[in-house]
Design a protein around this ligand. Sequence first.
Ligand code: BG6
Length: 314
Amino acid sequence: MKNNAQAIKDKLKALNDRFAIVATEGQIEFELGHNEVILAEVANQQAKSTISLHGGLIMTFQPKKQEPVLWISPFGYLNETAKSIRGGIPICWPWFGPHATDDSQPRHGFARSVLWEVVETQKTIEGAIQLTLELHNTPETQTQWPHTTRLQLVVSIGKQLEVRLITHNRGQTPFVLTEALHTYFMVSDVTQIAIHGLEGCQYLDKVDNSTQRKTQTGPVTIQGETDRVYLDTTADCVIEDPRLKRRIRIAKENSRSTVVWNPWIEKAKAMKDLGQIGYLNMVCVETANALDNAVTVAPNEVHQLQAVISIEPL
Ligand code: BG6
């Protein structure tokens, strides 16, 4: 146990020696969080953010003089199956939802529950801090995903939050993947918000067993359990939150699906890490490629899923 603690301390020191940026106008440092998870703590003149190397989870993002943008469970422990902390932006990769053929595989893939490696930190000319994490094949992931890939997560923290999930196919054969930036947004009261951008889109309604394609009329509002995969949509989504007097804009690239999820009361109770009323303060609007919008990546090709999250006054 002692050796393990020392090894983590040594790793933390090595990360800070190599990647910390300490300057009055913008910095990134590595610290130890709960359960000995290493966290990247970013603060600059525009915003602050915490990113966990476990799962590459962007836990928080808060622009200066604004309320937090992301919702994160106050029960900030790794959840019952140690998949990830509920909240922030879990990375669903290389599949979204249940595995297509093997029920024993974890829901939403494995990227959110393994350790990522820091490969670069830098300050951009706009004053943002950019952190690049990488996930390599390991003997364990190879059994779940028998392809030679390099996965990078590039997070830029400035006035807006930019997230890029980059899949490189380094093998000899094409592969098909589904994925999502499973973003939990903080809202004042989920029953009072409206999500714009999906009007007229077709979706599969998991609450209705996905039996038929439905068409969205008007903005999405949440008055009960909601679990929908909107297909063939590249549109920005805007969460309008009158009580917080703000709009959250989610602009995306190379994403053809948007998932909207709120578990509502009963499912939230069963989850344990949402608390009594957690479901009221969160909504997931996920930048995704799911179901029919699966992506094929040819050998030597790179696919980049991107979301840019910004705040506008209402
Ligand atoms: C959403 C799915 O993306 O994630 C839901 O559409 C699912 O069906 C939810 O319940 C949460 O998944 P998990 O594995 O993090 O509990």
